[in-house]
Design a protein around this ligand. Sequence first.
Ligand code: AR6
Length: 176
Amino acid sequence: MKTEISGVTIELRQGDIAQQADCEAVVNAANAKLETGGGVAGAIHRAAGPGLADEARPLGPLKPGEAVITGAHLLPNNYVIHCLGPVYGKDKPAGPLLASCYSRALDLAEQEKVTSIAFPAISTGIFGYPVEEAGMIAFTTILEEIPRLKYVTRIVYVLYSTEDLEMHKHMFAQLL
Ligand code: AR6
């Protein structure tokens, strides 16, 4: 599913965040220490090789809502933007902390003149954020940020399962 809003294409697709070769930057649902882990972080670090953690680790520890940028090492991208989402029920207020991940990631992308960026559904796996609630926050934040983007012209939102993709397509259509 693709939609263009004020010159920015937003695409929802099913896939693996570590295999988004048509995006200049990919976002990692990181841990505070910027080390490998499960889910998105595991897939990204496995594909990028150990050089990614070596570069990222000194930039941590991250607080919830924060983001940092590194090179992409062996991934087919130029940059990885590492965001620490909130742990649902622990890091509060969860909504603004999750929104901060998306806006800070876009800030870093703009800073590096990145034109295309792929996001996973931050915090909705191991960190337990309800998927639909998190999706609404992600989409609302992205739509709010669009007017200030100068370089980013393509935003891809990558869902791991077809069920999550269908749910997000429906939610996104409601917001337009
Ligand atoms: N590509 C795209 N989406 C994925 C992939 C993948 N390869 N794998 C899982 N997802 P999670 P979090 C989906 O747990 O909740 C890590 O261990 C998954 O279905 O990766 O922010 C870190 O080290 C879910 O919807 O991120 C942290 O400790 C979403 O991506 C912690 O987990 C996010 O799941 C971060 O937890």
